[in-house]
Design a binder for this molecule. Structure first.
Ligand SMILES: Nc1ncnc2c1ncn2[C@@H]1O[C@H](COP(=O)(O)OP(=O)(O)O)[C@@H](O)[C@H]1O
Ligand SMILES: [Mg+2]
Length: 230
């Protein structure tokens, strides 16, 4: 299993947000976690990706338990194995699409092959826009650059926080296609979303409620997810 979460809890200022979440994600799986706004989806993603420490419980990424790692080791594990697609894209405005995609590899001092950056942009359909800055791209194009930036490094585990949240249906579909393709390519993809049409595209849907995962559905329709959330 690329990702193993065992009895994860997270409490902010004595308010428990996650109360014992357990899940596993294998290579090649596209998993969606759904829940209403404020249910702790982003918190779960931050804890699973090592951006936030858990209050208790354990998170194991590619065989390493995050809570046993010091800051440097955690950063190294994240650079090596983890990609994170933020809801707000987090692109650097002064850099072109190509420079944005190349940046993590440069920061990780792990240069990707010369063609890999352009290949990643071509894979998301933006070869022609490589020299554009984010301000010259639509929201959907910016999110695809953000996805290309993550996928260029071929991380074993990809986390995506509401990756379609700011997009219309068609650009949102393109982003979901890319995440699904990344899973078929052997990555583990975990997406959190309140958008049931997006969740419907995953292999497995986990429903977060009251700080716990209370149902797991295999390839459900949006209507089936909605019925369980009620
Ligand atoms: N850094 C933080 N400090 C205090 N409370 C937080 C923090 N981050 C999130 N919360 C609280 O945790 C709960 C879950 O938030 P979040 O994980 O962002 O939910 P979701 O992504 O499902 O909308 C909310 O009540 C939110 O106010
Ligand atoms: Mg959120």
């Amino acid at each position: 299993m690329n990702l193993i979460v065992d009895q994860l809890t997270k409490t902010f200022d004595r308010t428990p947000v996650l109360k014992g979440v357990s899940l596993t994600v294998a290579a090649g799986e596209f998993v969606a976690v759904v829940g209403p706004s404020g249910s702790g989806k982003s918190t779960l993603l931050y804890c699973m990706s090592g951006l936030e420490p858990a209050t208790s419980g354990s998170v194991t990424v590619m065989g390493s338990r995050l809570e046993t790692l010091n800051g440097n080791a955690l950063a190294a594990l994240r650079r090596r194995h983890v990609g994170f697609v933020f809801q707000s894209y987090n692109l650097i405005p002064s850099l072109t699409a190509r420079e944005n995609v190349a940046l993590p590899a440069r920061l990780a001092k792990r240069p990707v092959a010369a063609g890999a950056v352009d290949a990643a942009l071509a894979a998301v359909g933006l070869a022609e826009r490589a020299s554009h800055r984010p301000s010259a791209l639509s929201g959907g194009q910016q999110q695809r650059v953000a996805v290309a930036r993550v996928l260029a490094l071929r991380p074993d585990v990809v986390f995506a926080d509401e990756p379609t949240g700011a997009l219309d249906t068609e650009p949102g579909d393109q982003v979901l296609d890319l995440l699904g393709a990344a899973a078929r390519d052997g990555r583990s993809v975990v997406m959190v979303t309140h958008d049931l049409a997006a969740a419907e595209r995953a292999d497995r849907v986990l429903v977060l409620r009251d700080g716990l995962l209370h149902r797991s559905l295999i390839r459900p329709s949006a209507a089936e997810i909605l019925a369980v959330m009620k």
